[in-house]
Design a protein around this ligand. Structure first.
Ligand code: GRF
Length: 191
């Protein structure tokens, strides 16, 4: 049996997309972990009925937070984690322990534009193709094995804002499908 936790830092639109897609299925998130007090994602979690926990992940608190997180995940029987806009770096020891059960979504066609402000970086680079990447997390920043990518071509009428909207729409559409497929293929889930 798979029990999913989602980690986020801000708005939480990807978290909400996962909750909507997995409503009444075994993959419905059992826990939300967020490192930012007062982030909008907490209100979404409350509305959607997902228990939420705040854990600070600043660099001085990172190791302690990861160890508390690991305990919490064990206590709750969580065995799959989806990072969805989680903006902090997890310690290598945590990543190593959770390898293969820790996925991330990134708003660019990796390996182009890793790190923060990826859509803006792609826009400023004059990219003609924009897209998303869903990958397994390794010890690097947005470097883990790629599970899935999808893209669209920039149109003449596009602005940075319209591109951002299209990228997010694509994320919300793809992440649940890829997570479900990954769980079914690799973790024995049958939805
Ligand atoms: C998404 O674009 C995600 O790919 C990136 O951060 C953004 C989070 O958006 N890592 P939201 O919090 O899910 O609305």
């Amino acid at each position: 049996m798979i029990t999913l936790a989602v980690m986020a830092s801000g708005g939480g639109s990807n978290f909400e997309a996962l909750c909507q897609a997995f409503q009444n299925t075994p993959l419905f998130p059992r826990l939300l972990v967020c490192d930012q007090k007062g982030a909008q994602v907490f209100a979404r979690a409350e509305r959607l009925g997902v228990p939420a926990v705040h854990l600070p992940f600043s660099s001085s608190e990172r190791e302690a937070a990861a160890s508390r997180l690991d305990d919490l995940l064990q206590e709750q029987g969580i065995n799959l984690i989806a990072l969805a806009g989680f903006m902090k770096i997890l310690p290598a020891s945590f990543v190593k322990k959770w390898k293969g059960r820790l996925l991330n979504i990134h708003p660019s066609l990796l390996p182009r534009h890793p790190g923060t402000h990826a859509i803006e970086k792609a826009w400023n680079s004059g990219d003609k193709e924009f897209g998303i990447t869903i990958h397994l997390v390794d010890e690097g920043v947005d470097t883990g094995p790629i599970l899935h990518q999808n893209f669209f071509l920039k149109e003449n009428s596009d602005t940075l804002e319209s591109i951002e909207q299209k990228v997010h729409r694509l994320e919300h559409w793809e992440y649940p499908k890829v997570l479900q497929r990954y769980a079914e293929k690799n973790l024995g889930v049958n939805l």
